[in-house]
Design a protein around this ligand. Structure first.
Ligand SMILES: [Zn+2]
Ligand SMILES: [Zn+2]
Length: 359
């Protein structure tokens, strides 16, 4: 009595190949024994997919024949591990599965197909100190980096200049190493990038004397970085392609720059505004008048109206932090009464007179 593979995968008899594949992936994930799933259920799911996932076997199954049954050519569950052996030659097309996919995880192939992805070098992180002014207006910074970069002598191909590249003996020029892996589910073939030629299929006849054929060297270099305007303390900037180059060629990683803004004695940042405090004479607050306010752009003349209370905040628009194309926050200044530390004889006399008048 054949098992009902359709109900095991939870799909209808008219399900498309894609629906079957999706159902299998989902269930295989859910019932994977390594993740606490039920091994016999997992076995059933695999068995069902071996049939329904194969157009010819599915046709046979629809006609009432179980291609997994004993004695059926190419079938052959029964012997081996717990009565469960794919040794008869199950072909799982690895191209059906993406990196990190369930089968990759199951059989440890994840990352084993490196030859298909372009290699990337490692990222680098550095710290950069900025003055408050530099954080507001941006700056060009030179950073000294020691990093693995493409070999300057051989330009990365690993061959001594003037010599040739020859076919790699280990992979015979294919750049790939095929490996058979026996698992409890049978024998699988995996393809990995050749370690001798880093997947290129060619090796230098005479390795470069600087990089010994690896195509990279450690270099101390000054890198110019444009710090954009308006960065804040602890911001992280990403500079594409300024990280390390991978061995054997490929795309360099990125450089991450963490910004540290030095405290300024006069200005602090609040959102997109710059905030300061200014001590002014009592007479200015009482009588009103104009005064120069120091801003990050230089002094700005501001009118103070009569009878301005101590601690009043004045807003100067457009003198704050740049934040989007052309827009800037405000400069906010808090006016506080400047109490003189020392008074001249004359000043004292005038103040005495004011005191008599109740001020
Ligand atoms: Zn070199
Ligand atoms: Zn090779």
């Amino acid at each position: 009595m054949p098992k009902d593979y359709y109900s095991i995968l939870g799909v209808s008899k008219s399900a498309s190949a894609d629906e079957i594949k999706k159902a299998f992936r989902r269930l295989a994930h859910e019932h994977h024994p390594d993740k606490g799933g039920d091994a016999s259920k997992f076995k059933d799911i695999n068995e069902a997919y071996q049939v329904l996932g194969d157009e010819k076997k599915r046709q046979l199954f629809d006609q009432g024949v179980d291609p997994n049954a004993q004695g059926f050519p190419g079938g052959g569950f029964g012997g081996g591990f717990g009565g469960f052996d794919f040794g008869g030659g199950v072909n799982i097309n690895m191209d059906d599965f993406d990196f990190g996919d369930v089968l990759g995880e199951m059989f440890g192939f994840a990352g084993g197909r490196g030859g298909r992805r372009e290699k990337r070098g490692a990222n680098i992180e550095v710290d950069v100190d900025l003055s408050f002014r530099e954080s507001v207006f941006g700056a060009d910074k030179q950073i000294r980096l020691e990093r693995q970069r493409t070999c300057t002598k051989c330009k990365g191909d690993g061959a001594e200049p003037g010599t040739k590249l020859v076919e790699c003996g280990k992979c015979h020029g294919s750049g790939q190493i095929k490996q058979s892996q026996r698992t409890m589910f049978g024998t699988f073939q995996s393809v990995t990038s050749c370690p001798d030629c880093q997947g290129k299929g060619k090796k230098p006849e005479k390795p470069c004397t600087v990089c010994r054929g690896y195509g990279v060297e450690r270099l101390k270099q000054d890198v110019s970085i444009r710090i954009p305007s308006g960065v804040d303390d602890q911001n992280m900037l990403q500079v594409s392609g300024e990280g390390e180059s991978p061995i054997g060629g490929g795309r360099p990683g990125d450089l991450f720059v963490r910004v540290h803004v030095t405290k300024d004695p006069h200005f602090t940042r609040e959102g997109n505004d710059i905030v300061s405090e200014l001590a002014v004479p009592f007479s200015l607050l009482a009588l009103g008048g104009s005064i120069d306010i120091p801003t990050i752009d230089g002094p700005e003349s501001v009118r103070v109206s009569e009878s301005t209370p101590d601690g009043t905040k004045l807003t100067i628009r457009g003198k704050g932090i740049p934040y989007s194309s052309g827009s800037r926050g405000s400069h906010i200044v808090r006016l506080v009464t400047d109490v003189p530390r020392r008074l001249s004889k004359e000043q004292k006399q005038v103040l005495e007179q004011l005191k008599e008048k109740g001020l």
